[in-house]
Design a binder for this molecule. Structure first.
Ligand code: ATP
Ligand code: MG
Length: 555
């Protein structure tokens, strides 16, 4: 599973050297999500890097839940995260871990720091702690509680654990340096009081460790060799190392940072995605327009295309925006290879072929893939009444329109050339149906019997043989390439046309029995697959996964 960019970058160079020098005998990485939401495509990058590198070097990668904040974490998120990692094609084997499994150990290590005079119980409230902290240009101020005795600290900390004090009344802080130029070292909070049940360890605990106090220590306990995270943790690294230096940890992991994935026309923090769900802007975490793994999975993206995308964008150390069209192109490239072709009419307009016998039905053969004869062919039924797409007809053709017009001819894919002889309209002047004639000699190729060449080829389905389906066409959720740039309220950039529902589409009958895992190319319309959530016996629903071409490139 290793494309070159995932396993050939500054991280792989470091790993190679560490193996060569004997610093490590095997590579152990971890993917450490907090179960406070569903994973998104940015996490996919981290997953591909962590699992990809470990696999490449014959090591292992752990799935670890960084579950230190029960106020925001839920079992639903734990389940969905496991499913998403598996869907992407990765396997953590026996190494499913929870930071919370180490809560007792963390507690003992906090006690150890207190005993060493390196941690103290703080009585200032959150607001006061903030104002004592100083700024990037001014040093912080030491708390009046900083010099409490070890005994008093031990007593207060154990009473915090026992649940004696209400939320927010006290915290445990490391005693490092209030004047450090690195704000993270200005006596960071290690523990807070939180009377909340935890999704993994129940209500054992009334105090919970902060992320920074849990992360590196969990890495050490699990024997992680290379702790790979995104660049925003760079300034936390000295603290990560301070804990390792000052605690009796069993191993010495090292932190390395890479640039996070930013994708245009979307937002990618769990908090913002959750807001879209809660405000009902999308139908859920798995709305096919969402950049979540659950969303793109439901939409029909393949795991292979997401992995190919992560390989293509590579791993570096400078922040950049990746155009979402690159992801879409990876999806197209994968589906173009594998998707069987079918015909589906999204905006049906009836064409009655007046010179075709009323009761005749012919079976025409159509290739399932134009470049892959090994994918075989299928029969499509042809009869006197067919559906064509309303977009393929223009009564008054514009310049360069090569499809059907009154008096004009067009080739029906894998079938005859037809000519439109007239239109039927209702009293309001709306088009009801078209009438036409077929050329019996034109079944093969794009020439009529007398050698006239036809320019346009359109898709169609026989009225008597079609199934009806709802088809959902998706567009980008936001109309601005960087909807949350500079802290902007991204909701003002929502694309009002991000979904179009076409309730009465006509598809080849075989699609009634489509297997939900099969992605199809509806000829000329894009790649589609059945919606796994909303399709049932009475109603067939297809999602458009991606268009055939980048329709935004022209805009
Ligand atoms: P979010 O802000 O979306 O919640 P997070 O970083 O808080 O993201 P975590 O659950 O802590 O989410 O992330 C797990 C791992 O995924 C971390 O190692 C994190 O660095 C990585 N990660 C998160 N977002 C991205 C991204 N956009 N690109 C690459 N890696 C990411
Ligand atoms: Mg987060």
């Amino acid at each position: 599973m290793g494309g070159s960019a995932i396993v050939s970058n500054f991280l792989s160079t470091i790993m190679e050297e560490d193996l060569k020098s004997g610093k490590h005998s095997s590579i152990v990485t971890r993917f450490p999500p907090e179960p406070n939401g569903y994973l998104h495509i940015g996490h996919a990058k981290s997953i591909c890097i962590n699992f990809g590198l470990a696999n490449y070097f014959g090591g292992r990668c752990h799935l670890r839940f960084d579950d230190t904040n029960p106020a925001k974490e839920e079992q639903e998120y734990i389940d969905s995260i496991k499913e998403s990692v598996r869907w992407l094609g990765f396997d953590w084997g026996e190494h499913l871990h929870f930071a919370s499994d180490n809560f007792e150990k963390f507690y003992q290590w906090a006690v150890f720091l207190i005993e060493q005079g390196k941690a103290y119980v703080e009585d200032l409230n959150a607001e006061q702690i903030r104002s004592y902290r100083g700024t990037l240009t001014e040093p912080g101020k030491e708390s009046p509680y900083r010099d409490r005795s070890v005994e008093e600290n031990l007593d207060l900390f154990s009473r915090m654990r026992d649940g004696e004090f209400p939320d927010g009344t006290r915290v445990l802080r490391a005693r490092i340096d209030m004047a450090s130029p690195n704000m993270n070292l200005r006596d960071p909070v290690l523990y807070r009081i939180l009377h909340a049940p935890h999704p993994h360890v129940g209500d054992t605990w009334k105090i919970y460790p902060m992320y920074d106090f849990a992360h590196g220590q969990t890495d050490a306990i699990e024997g992680i060799t290379h702790s790979i995270c995104t660049l925003e943790f760079e300034s936390h690294k000295p603290l990560y190392e301070w804990f390792l230096d000052n605690l009796p940890v069993p191993a010495r992991p090292r932190q390395y940072e890479f640039a996070r994935l930013n994708l245009t026309y979307t937002v990618m923090s769990k908090r913002k995605l959750q807001e879209l769900v809660q405000l009902g802007i999308v139908s859920g975490w798995d709305d096919p327009r969402m950049p979540t793994i659950a969303g793109i999975k439901r939409r029909g993206y393949t795991p292979a295309s997401v992995r190919a995308f992560c390989e293509q964008i590579g791993v570096g150390r400078s922040d950049s925006w990746i155009d979402v069209s690159i992801l879409e192109e990876c999806v197209r490239a994968d589906l173009n290879e594998s998707a069987p072709r079918v015909m589906g009419v999204l905006r049906p307009l009836k064409l009655v072929i007046d010179n075709y016998p009323v009761d005749l039905v012919e079976e025409h053969m159509a290739a399932n893939h134009p470049q892959k004869p090994e994918m075989g062919s299928r029969t499509v039924h042809f009869s006197r009444e067919i559906w064509i797409d309303a977009d393929d007809f223009m009564e008054v053709p514009s310049k360069g329109f090569h499809r059907l017009t009154v008096g004009g001819e067009v080739k029906l894919r894998s079938s005859y050339i037809v000519k439109c002889t007239g239109v039927v309209k209702d009293e309001q002047g709306s088009l009801l149906e078209l009438h036409g004639e077929y050329d019996p000699a034109s079944r093969e190729g794009i020439h009529t019997a007398d050698g006239r060449k036809v320019k346009g080829v359109i898709h169609w389905v026989s009225v008597a043989h079609a199934v009806t389906a709802e088809v959902r066409l998706f567009d980008r959720l936001f109309s601005d390439p960087n909807p949350d740039r500079g802290g902007a309220d991204y909701k003002q950039f929502l694309n009002p046309c991000s979904v179009e529902i076409l309730p009465d589409c006509k598809l080849e009958a075989r699609l009634a029995n489509a297997d939900v895992e099969t992605r199809y190319q509806f000829e000329r319309m894009g790649y589609f697959r059945q919606d796994p959530a909303d399709s049932h016996q009475e109603k067939l629903v297809f999602n458009r996964i991606v268009t055939l071409r980048d329709v935004w490139a022209k805009k």
